[in-house]
Design a protein around this ligand. Structure first.
Ligand SMILES: *Cc1c(COP(=O)(O)O)cnc(C)c1O
Length: 407
């Protein structure tokens, strides 16, 4: 990986015409270490957030020794990057052949489920491989309700009464039983975890079987940007949420239960910034070389205010407008379809023009992971950059805002 002092230096040296991901290794390590220190249990990084080998290797070097995986490809990536790390297979609905692969080839001993048919699938493989169910922990995923930027309990999770039956069934067979939930992503209020803990407590009490662990999932928020023209909305930080969570865990009687968390975004969002180029400026529209089919998948960027920085092309002699006037631009992505227009504007200096670059910060989560090859565009240039996005000279003056823009 080529290495530069700053994203600006990289940009002015390479004058990149294609998107470049700038990896801030120290930030990834800092955020991983901070989470591990603040969480009173096992930290299992959620690989789906960003499963690039350089991310997994850096996390392993920072001491992360457990990974939450959901597919054979994620399992293989973790084994290659961190051969000694533990893996927990927390996808509640798995292919039978993938369960076999996980148990037989990778010796994974922790899995999640939310239905009795999944117990049957796992049991079939356990019997075929002549494994002792007592060596295997099955987490029952319970449904939760809350306010996340992304609600995830719509898809998975057993209702409380059903979860009770599943725990009893698992215990009867001889498996070790755990309870897990995943409240969604970018959680902005601590009540969400409290409600889930209350539900876990109810389920545990009714089930009446030993619970060997409680997995509180992911959802811890990353710090993004804020719209400077608005009153900052008070959003608790991940460390504040963890502080409160510790209290709730105690209050709901889980202090003596081994804990697991599966943070994704909170660990890897800040470690990558992305330099894109303005291919064309057409009035208040900017056509850039990335978009919703690549790093800016609108399903997540559309709900988050990403900080951004204008890197003007020094080769441009003439500019019109006032550089201190920050105005909204509609951003059109690289592909030919009209879906590829960001739902929210980027606020940038009025002087931004064709050939300039925009560095978008804190884009390490769900960006590289969601890239597609649609229309032949697939950003894949990654460099290492020493200076963190937030400290690179002037503070980022621009941002992708919360408002939608009229045509
Ligand atoms: C996606 C996911 C995570 C990570 O979520 P973040 O919001 O990025 O922390 C953790 N656990 C499960 C089960 C997931 O599906």
């Amino acid at each position: 990986m080529d290495r530069y002092a700053s994203a600006r230096e990289m940009t002015l040296t390479l004058r990149p015409d294609h998107p470049v991901y700038c990896f801030h290794r120290n930030i990834l390590q800092e955020d991983a270490i901070a989470f591990r220190q603040a969480f009173p249990g096992k930290t299992a990084y959620a690989v789906k957030t960003n499963g690039e080998p350089f991310v997994l290797e850096t996390l392993a070097q920072a001491g992360v020794d457990c990974f939450d995986v959901a597919s054979p490809a994620e399992i293989a990536a973790v084994r290659a990057a961190a051969p000694k790390a533990e893996m927990i297979y927390m996808h509640p609905v798995k292919a039978q052949s993938d369960i076999r692969l996980a148990l037989e080839r990778y010796h994974i001993r922790t899995l999640a489920l939310d239905h009795e048919d999944e117990v049957a699938k796992i049991l079939r493989i356990v019997r075929a491989l002549d494994l002792d169910p007592g060596d295997i922990t099955l987490f029952v995923r319970i449904a939760t309700k809350g306010h996340a930027a992304y609600e995830l309990s719509k898809k998975f999770g057993a209702a409380p009464g059903h979860a009770v039956e599943l725990l009893q069934r698992i215990d009867r067979i001889g498996f070790r039983a755990g309870i897990c939930f995943h409240v969604g992503s970018q959680i902005e209020e601590t009540d969400t975890y409290e409600r889930a803990l209350a539900s876990a407590d109810w389920v545990r009490a009714r089930a009446g079987v030993p619970i060997v662990a409680l997995d509180v999932g992911g959802g811890f928020p990353a710090e993004y940007g804020s719209d400077p023209r608005r009153k900052a909305v008070e959003v608790p930080s991940t460390l504040e949420i963890l502080e409160e969570l510790r209290g709730e865990i105690e209050a709901w009687g889980f202090a003596d239960t081994p804990l697991v968390a599966e943070p994704g975004r909170a660990i890897c969002a800040r470690c990558i910034s992305l330099v894109v180029r303005v291919l064309l400026k057409k009035g208040r529209r900017l056509y850039i070389n990335d978009g919703i089919w690549a790093s800016l998948s609108d399903s997540w960027t559309g709900k988050i205010t990403l900080p951004a920085r204008h890197i003007p092309d020094p080769a441009r002699r003439q500019r019109s407008g006032d550089p201190s006037s920050i105005i909204p631009f509609k951003v059109c992505g690289a592909t030919c379809d009209s879906v590829d227009i960001l739902s929210r504007p980027f606020w940038l200096p009025e002087t931004v023009d064709t050939g300039d670059w925009i560095e978008i910060g804190h884009i390490g989560a769900y960006s590289l992971a969601l890239r597609t090859h649609f229309n032949g565009f697939y950003p894949d240039t990654i460099v290492e950059v020493d200076r963190p996005f937030a400290d690179d000279g002037e503070p980022p003056e621009s941002f992708a805002s919360i408002e939608t823009m009229a045509d």
